[in-house]
Design a protein around this ligand. Structure first.
Ligand code: FAD
Length: 408
């Protein structure tokens, strides 16, 4: 028999925001927030930045202090994984057998790092980076003078490389693509990141695959696909994530690479919502389903799912947004630019300050600003407008961003 409770599975950013939003939008019943990790809900961006470099204490990552959950009567069940979901009985069974009943359910189970199918992944000294515990264990290993091999030059890889250089490690970064971040930003902007990391003495091995991680108990190096063996004391594998959808899948919810939801973040079951990394959501502006593995998406989808589970009817139509900090370069990136057919630069990447617009069929579909601030809203307005733009205006560094969008 269902009670009046809201159960949220996954106590990361999306789950914590769902609980907060449900309570603030008037949900009066019980709220149970279930999390497999034995930590208060926390945000992950600092784990590859300030927490990893040692500039920040781990507590900076907490979504809320513990008192928040007490004050808002959110029952925090942490260190407890949901092992089974029965949609008909409306129950979630936790490790150890405890069974929670729900009237409404939000799934926010996040992602797990992909592993590489190469020998040596299980050696000591080989890391993936997802959790606070991963970050603290890796930080211990990033000691000055150590040789670190970063496998994968996407966001996690490039941020780990920067943090490792800040800690005085020697860093080699390996990726089969020709430039860092090429899959998400394309080769044009990827070239900027290649220079950024080379300027900070990262030894870039682009266009190179990994054949094996070598060592007996502990890693001693990596073997590249050109036969070279690179010595390494630590290997960090950052080759993407897989959405944790097993619970949803086994319960019979519709899934693809994520849990399928409509623009209200409702799954194929009317009382079950999904948010954050796992939600493969119909996007009214982009006109397609997208699954976004970014902080802002977890924050805002969590809020929308919590509000809607509490009886609201909010549509989620935010433009995907990502930020990153590497060395002294800060950047924001908005949109969904793949595929694009042109990149227009405002400013010269070699000066370290620029905006790049991604166009498809004459429309702006994405944009990144590097060490240029207060333009992201204008970039998002361009994407949302779906209006043809004058690329000469975009490229002109003297034009006010307010004028990017043609009048009328
Ligand atoms: C190191 C790192 C740095 C990042 N930096 C940035 C950045 O700079 N900018 C940016 O935009 N994005 C960044 N991201 C991505 C961003 O952090 C994620 O998109 C975000 O964490 C997704 O939030 P979520 O709540 O959906 O999932 P998660 O944060 O993964 O939280 C899900 C939680 O659910 C728990 N869980 C899973 N299954 C169960 C279960 N069956 N029962 C109970 N609990 C379960 C998990 O243990 C986890 O704690 C970064 C990610 C990482 C790992």
């Amino acid at each position: 028999m269902a009670d009046d409770g809201l159960v949220i599975v996954g106590a990361g950013l999306a789950g914590a925001k769902a609980a907060e939003a449900a309570r603030s939008s008037g949900w009066e019943g019980a709220i149970r927030l279930v999390g497999a990790e034995a930590h208060l809900p926390y945000e992950r961006p600092p784990l590859s930045k300030g927490v990893l470099s040692g500039h920040d204490r781990p507590t900076v990552a907490a979504v809320h202090e513990s008192g928040f959950y007490v004050t808002n009567e959110i029952d925090l069940l942490i260190g407890a994984a949901a092992e089974a979901l029965d949609l008909q009985a409306r129950t979630v069974t936790l490790t150890g057998g405890r069974r929670l009943t729900f009237a409404k359910l939000v799934l926010a189970t996040g992602s797990t790092p992909r592993r590489l199918p190469v020998p040596g992944m299980d050696l000591d000294g080989v890391f993936t980076l997802r959790t606070l515990d991963d970050s603290l264990a890796l930080r211990e290993e990033l000691r000055a003078g150590r040789r670190v091999c970063v496998v994968g030059a996407s966001w996690i890889g490039t941020e780990v490389a920067a943090a490792a250089r800040e800690r005085g490690c020697d860093v080699v970064m390996v990726d089969p693509l020709a430039t860092p971040l090429e899959r998400v930003l394309g080769a044009e902007v990827g070239g900027y990141f290649a220079v950024l990391h080379a300027d900070h003495s990262v030894d870039l091995r682009m266009g190179t695959g990994l054949e094996a991680i070598e060592g007996s108990d502990r890693v001693s190096g990596v073997r590249l696909d050109d036969g070279e063996v690179v010595d390494a004391d630590v290997v960090v594998v950052g080759v993407g994530v897989v959405a944790d959808i097993a619970l949803a899948e086994e319960a019979g919810l519709e899934t693809a690479s994520g849990v399928l939801v409509d623009s209200h973040l409702r799954t194929s079951h009317p009382d079950v919502y999904a948010a954050g990394d796992i939600a493969e959501a119909e996007h009214p502006v982009l006109g397609r389903r997208v699954r976004v593995e970014h902080w802002a998406n977890a924050l805002n989808q969590g809020r929308t799912a919590g509000t809607n589970a509490a009886g609201g009817s909010k549509v989620y139509d935010r433009i995907p947004y990502f930020f990153s900090d590497q060395y002294d370069a800060g950047m924001e990136y908005s949109g969904w630019p793949v595929p694009y057919d042109d990149v227009v630069f405002r400013g010269d990447p070699s000066d370290g300050e620029f905006v790049a617009f991604y166009l498809a069929g004459g429309l702006v579909v994405g944009g990144i600003n590097v060490n240029v601030w207060d333009v992201n809203e204008a970039v998002q307005a361009l994407i949302r407008s779906r209006t043809a733009v004058d690329t000469a205006v975009l490229a002109d560094p003297d034009t006010d961003p307010k004028a990017w969008l043609p009048a009328g």
